[in-house]
Design a protein around this ligand. Structure first.
Ligand SMILES: [Zn+2]
Length: 432
């Protein structure tokens, strides 16, 4: 049974006798090539936590004395894996309702265009979000965050992108700000106003796409920056959404206003968005289903984290996935995320994403875990705080009820997480 723990959580914690403690410790750079395969495992491992931070990491026998001196509450992790909490670096957490009707229609053979024409698709999500109150959005998102915590996620990037006008994009960011105050998890806000062309600008109406991009660049980004409502700006670069030049304008405007960059790149077709990410030194380029070999090599040589979201390919029933294996072999800093969203990837379970990375993209289990923790932290520029278990970092941990980390993706489709610790507090699971 899971339960929320009371205030006694502020006492020091001593997680000990872990069968495998995955430290992910290493030099302060994103993991590439063979380093992705090195989880820094300590057998019979322990972590000592105080005041929200990791004090020491090592073998149980080495840390026991210090834990007793600090009167730490001991949690026995015998037969279990202790690892950094997952960093889910790409989500569309705040939405209203669901798209379960679209899902069934698609399974019955309707095309995306037919579903959109019948009132479904992203247009439906935009209508529902505009009609929803901030409170209703908060209630739904909070329930999802609880589920994420129960599955071992401790840091979550959250994008806007269903408001698609100034008031509703700001409303979404205010919901995220409210969630940051009440949620135990760390939320990283991203402005994705350039997610879809709003219905009122389609077909050239009201000045068309250009007028909407003007609105985003001249009103929305300056206001979001002034009020510090987002850390990142993102855009959806596709022929059905925004052209490369529109995206360049949105991203460079964001840069001028102090926002860091991420980009939805090469998902449905090859647009050049990955090259734009490199040119503008984006923190992350995401999806990457349609990279050329030259794009792939250029990304591998760059500092842009290549974030793969195989949950979207799975849910859409695609037979093809991004070339994760080749990206790793070429030297790219690869990350994994859920892309949690109502249309194409309604999963919030990073453990399932690990299984997809292994089974569909030929990651090793260790590579998948590095991509879902330390490299994802780099993509959010949070690597000083999370993504590995090292002294001085935030105490964000997940305890998995398996004695070998490879069993997390191997026994796929179930939740192995029995305990989640965020900033030194047990937020999910029993600590008996
Ligand atoms: Zn997305």
């Amino acid at each position: 049974m899971t339960k929320r723990m009371p205030a006694s959580n502020h006492r020091p914690l001593f997680l000990h006798h872990a069968e495998q403690l995955l430290t992910l410790a290493g030099p302060p750079v994103p993991r590439r090539c063979a380093d992705l395969d090195d989880l820094g495992i300590v057998r019979d491992g322990a972590v000592l936590v105080a005041e929200g931070k990791i004090v020491a990491v090592g073998a149980t026998r080495e840390l026991r004395g210090e834990a007793q001196r600090r009167k730490a509450r001991a949690i026995d992790c015998r037969g279990q894996v202790v690892m950094p909490g997952f960093v889910d670096s790409h989500t569309h957490l705040v939405f209203a309702g669901s798209r379960v009707d679209d899902y069934e229609q698609r399974l019955r053979g309707r095309s995306y265009e037919e579903i959109a024409a019948a009132g479904g698709g992203i247009g439906l999500s935009a209508r529902l979000l505009r009609d929803a109150s901030a409170r209703a959005l908060t209630v739904q998102a909070s329930a999802f965050l609880d589920q994420m915590a129960a599955h071992g996620t401790t840091t979550v990037e959250v994008k806007t992108g269903y408001g698609l006008d100034v008031a509703n994009e700001i409303k979404t960011l205010e919901v995220i700000r409210g969630l940051r105050r009440v949620s135990a998890l760390d939320l990283v806000p991203t402005l994705l106003a350039a997610h879809a062309v709003p219905p009122e600008y389609r077909g050239g109406a009201n000045g068309g796409v250009g007028a909407y991009v003007d609105l985003v660049c001249e009103r929305l980004i300056p206001e979001v920056s002034r009020r510090q409502l987002a850390e990142f700006v993102d855009c959806f670069c596709e022929t059905i959404a925004f052209r490369l030049e529109d995206c360049r304008r949105v991203l460079t405007t964001g840069l001028r206003h102090g926002l860091a960059l991420r980009i939805h790149a090469e998902q449905l077709g090859r647009t050049g968005a990955a090259r734009l990410a490199i040119e503008l030194n984006a923190a992350s380029a995401d999806h990457l289903d349609h990279l050329t070999m030259q794009d792939l090599r250029a990304l591998a040589r760059s500092n842009v984290v290549a974030t793969l979201v195989p949950g979207a390919n799975f849910h859409l029933g695609l037979m093809s996935y991004a070339r994760g294996r080749q990206l790793i072999d070429a030297g790219a800093a690869v990350a994994l995320a859920t892309d949690f969203n109502p249309g194409t990837s309604p999963t919030l379970n990073m453990q399932f994403v690990l299984a997809l990375a292994c089974d569909a993209m030929r990651f090793t289990p260790a590579e998948a875990i590095s991509a879902a923790t330390i490299n994802a932290a780099y993509s959010l520029r949070r690597h000083h705080w999370c993504g590995s278990l090292e002294p001085g970092k935030q105490a964000d941990l997940a305890v998995m009820a398996v004695d070998d980390y490879r069993k997390i993706p191997y026994y796929f489709g179930v939740n192995h997480c029995v305990l989640t610790v965020k900033r030194g507090r047990v937020i999910r699971g029993s600590d008996e």
